[in-house]
Design a binder for this molecule. Structure first.
Ligand code: C5P
Length: 322
């Protein structure tokens, strides 16, 4: 997560600007079911270079949280994950401040959000926005919470939110709150394709529940993660290693994702036909990412797909891991 830029402000109002990057899941295994209906996961999440922009104004005045998101009137402000993040942070802060015998006045918080990350894509846009709000509030209120406490607030807002407090490359386990930062896999060229149809995350997980959980060889994955981390640390080109492990790197949500949006399968095939070294659906879809050895081949694939009768209907983004 990039650091917020503080712009000062008038009187007791302070303004922060921050970008919130998207993610992809290199692989995503569903390893268990929890009594609350959530699932245990084992996944590598990777920050990528497409982002939403947030301007967060914190000041005195009428207390309350306002989320302004032009062009997204369909999301009710109270249902926006930014609202949820600010609300959870403030209620925890109020509890902590009062328990220490101090008084607490709720501030006015206005969040201006410019969305670039597509919704229902599995790219974590809403979760990243929420993490950005938590990072700014933690800074504004002089770090009232420990790293663990902040991750606890984050996972209550959404399962992917704790990852975005770290960013880069991380192994994410349990519901999403157990994060192991790895060496950052930076600068790997990507093309993302997002079909018009989105996938509902709860529905995708529900579809997983209609079958026995797939086999999961934790040892094989731990071996892969350690080896990948060590190769990144040595500055090696890891794309051939990722491609060689294609059979291991499963996204358990991909099959239900394809059932919801069959075009996902077409995108994967089209990426393979156009030189992708590795391609998979991210998260619960419906976006698909493809990894390329260099920027030129990523761009040439995107250019070809733009001319393709199917590809011309997809949102195509050329970017890289960061
Ligand atoms: O936490 P978040 O709101 O992102 O999750 C959306 C939905 O995805 C949850 O309501 C739940 O149905 C499902 N989910 C899950 N297990 C996870 C993460 C999400 O079952 N670890």
């Amino acid at each position: 997560m990039p650091l917020p830029v503080f712009y000062g402000g008038h009187m007791s109002t302070e303004v922060y600007e921050i970008t919130a990057n998207a993610k992809i899941n290199l692989f995503l295994r569903v390893t268990g079911r929890l009594p609350n209906g959530y699932h245990k996961l084992y996944s590598i999440m990777q920050e990528i270079g497409i982002s939403d922009d947030l301007k967060i104004t914190i000041g005195e005045g009428t207390s309350g949280i306002e989320v302004v998101c032009p062009g997204r009137a369909d999301i009710e402000p109270e249902h926006n994950l930014c609202y949820k993040a600010a609300d959870r942070f403030l209620s925890k802060l109020k509890k902590k401040t009062l328990s220490e015998g101090n008084s607490f006045t709720s501030p006015h918080i206005r969040i201006d959000l410019t969305k670039n990350i597509p919704s229902e894509s599995g790219m974590g846009g809403g979760s990243s926005d929420a993490a950005a709000v938590l990072v700014v509030m933690q800074e504004h209120f002089d770090s009232p919470f420990t790293e663990e406490e902040l991750a606890g607030i984050a996972v209550n807002v959404g399962a992917d939110v704790p990852f975005f407090l770290y960013g880069g490359t991380c192994l994410c386990e349990m519901v999403g709150e157990q994060i192991t930062p790895l060496n950052h896999l930076e600068g790997l060229p990507l093309v993302i394709a997002k079909p018009k149809g989105g996938v509902s995350t709860p529905l995708c997980f529900k579809m997983i529940d209609s079958n026995p959980l797939p086999d999961f060889d934790e040892g094989a994955y731990a071996g892969f993660v350690n080896e990948l981390d060590s190769r990144i640390g040595k500055g090696e080109d890891v794309l051939p290693f990722i491609a060689a492990n294609e059979d291991l790197l499963i996204n358990d949500l991909q099959a239900p994702g394809i059932e919801c949006v069959p075009e996902i399968a077409t995108i994967i095939q089209r990426f393979k036909d156009n030189g992708a070294a590795y391609t998979a659906m991210t998260g619960s879809g419906s976006a698909v990412f493809a990894m390329f050895p260099d920027k030129e081949s990523a761009k040439s694939c995107a250019d070809k797909l733009k001319e393709d009768p199917d590809g011309s209907k997809w949102m195509l983004i050329v970017t890289e891991t960061i």
